[in-house]
Ligand binder design. Structure first.
Ligand SMILES: Cc1cc2nc3c(=O)[nH]c(=O)nc-3n(C[C@H](O)[C@H](O)[C@H](O)COP(=O)(O)OP(=O)(O)OC[C@H]3O[C@@H](n4cnc5c(N)ncnc54)[C@H](O)[C@@H]3O)c2cc1C
Length: 316
């Protein structure tokens, strides 16, 4: 058998084959013999090793597994799997001069516990809304972005923070805004040979107030009907910068850029939300589905946006 042009030598031990791969210290590969299929499973300890495995044709990345496994339904994983959960170098948050860097394997619980600038309150709010504590303990920021669900709670706050993703392959590292990374329902610009290794958030809005509001059919463990992340910076009593992003109301979460522009210079007092008009949310393109009608989603987005702005102003 050949992997990435590297020929492992194998010792069969029950259903597990342990292999030594040239250039790797030691790698454990397992053949899962389920339903007559063979799944090659890699769990490297270093990023260098991981990106080498990404050259394996058809390989799929597995992180916390909280989107990956439910998506399989009753079937089992097919094809080679790259389990990145042992790449501890990709987990954690560091504050740098111009950016806050969030490692791709940072979990939602890590985000909740982290001491972060005020403008991250919306991201923290989203983290607390993701599934349950058990899901937050396993689910990662990278998994949420790469899965690219229109209802991914992490996306609107990261859009509102002007965040960028860092993608790493054997060829090196590239960065692009989250707004360019997610291009459709479950579609991203990640190449098959790339891992999402970090999220970079510029620190220009550090002191801004921010909040996240999510509407679902019940309080917990809920897929949203609409969600809004707002980041508002106030200087000398007026709005000097505003970012508003809405999720679950279009194939990809969207920034309300006309609203952001109209808010600049507005007096930052309670009632600011009333300046949001239906025209500001008309850029959204919600669908009718089992959770809500498109009309209801638009109306909910308008109300959530108004409330989110007032909450930001109150927090200043
Ligand atoms: C019960 C339940 C409730 C949930 N509730 C919510 C919710 O309220 N809000 C919400 O937004 N989500 C929710 N989720 C979805 C999920 O928990 C999150 O999207 C989570 O952040 C996914 O992260 P993960 O590490 O588990 O991803 P995984 O399941 O491991 O992977 C998801 C996708 O991303 C890819 N991937 C993962 N990591 C990388 C990487 N570093 N580089 C490249 N590709 C990668 C995988 O190949 C896969 O396609 C829920 C899930 C469950 C099971």
């Amino acid at each position: 058998m050949q992997t990435n042009g590297l020929t492992p030598h194998t010792t069969v031990q029950k259903k597990t084959v342990r292999m030594r791969i040239a250039g790797f210290s030691r790698t454990s590969l397992r053949w899962s013999l389920r339903a007559g299929m063979r799944t090659l499973y890699f769990r490297p300890k270093t990023l260098n090793e991981a990106v080498l495995h990404l050259a394996t044709p058809g390989i799929q990345v597995l992180s916390g597994g909280t989107d990956f496994y439910p998506a399989l339904g009753d079937s089992v994983a097919q094809g080679p799997l790259l389990d990145v959960s042992n790449l501890h170098e990709l987990r954690g948050i560091s504050e740098q001069h111009d950016y806050v860097r969030i490692g791709g394997l940072t979990t939602w619980s890590d985000i909740v516990r982290a001491n972060l600038p005020r403008c991250f309150d919306a991201l923290k709010g989203a983290a607390r809304e993701i599934g349950s504590v058990q899901i937050q303990n396993r689910g990662t920021v990278a998994g949420n972005l790469c899965n690219a669900s229109p209802a991914a709670d992490g996306v609107p706050p990261l859009l509102a923070l002007d965040a960028e993703v860092e993608l790493t392959s054997q060829a090196g590292t590239r960065r692009m805004p989250v707004s360019e990374f997610i291009v459709g329902n479950r579609k991203t610009r990640r190449r098959p040979d790339e891992l999402l290794t970090a999220i970079w958030v510029p620190r220009a809005l550090d002191p801004a107030a921010s909040c996240f509001l999510k509407l679902g059919a019940r309080r917990y463990l809920v897929i949203s009907i609409s969600m809004v992340a707002a980041v508002v910076l106030v200087e000398r009593g007026r709005v000097s910068a505003a970012r508003v992003a809405v999720g679950s109301c279009s194939a990809v979460a969207r920034r309300l850029t006309d609203l952001e522009r109209d808010l600049i210079g507005a007096v930052a007092k309670l009632g600011l939300g009333a300046s949001v008009t239906p025209a500001h949310v008309a850029v959204l393109s919600p669908i009718d589905d089992v959770r809500a009608t498109a009309e209801y989603r638009l109306d909910a987005s308008l109300t959530l946006t108004r409330r989110a702005l007032d909450m930001c102003v109150e927090a200043h």
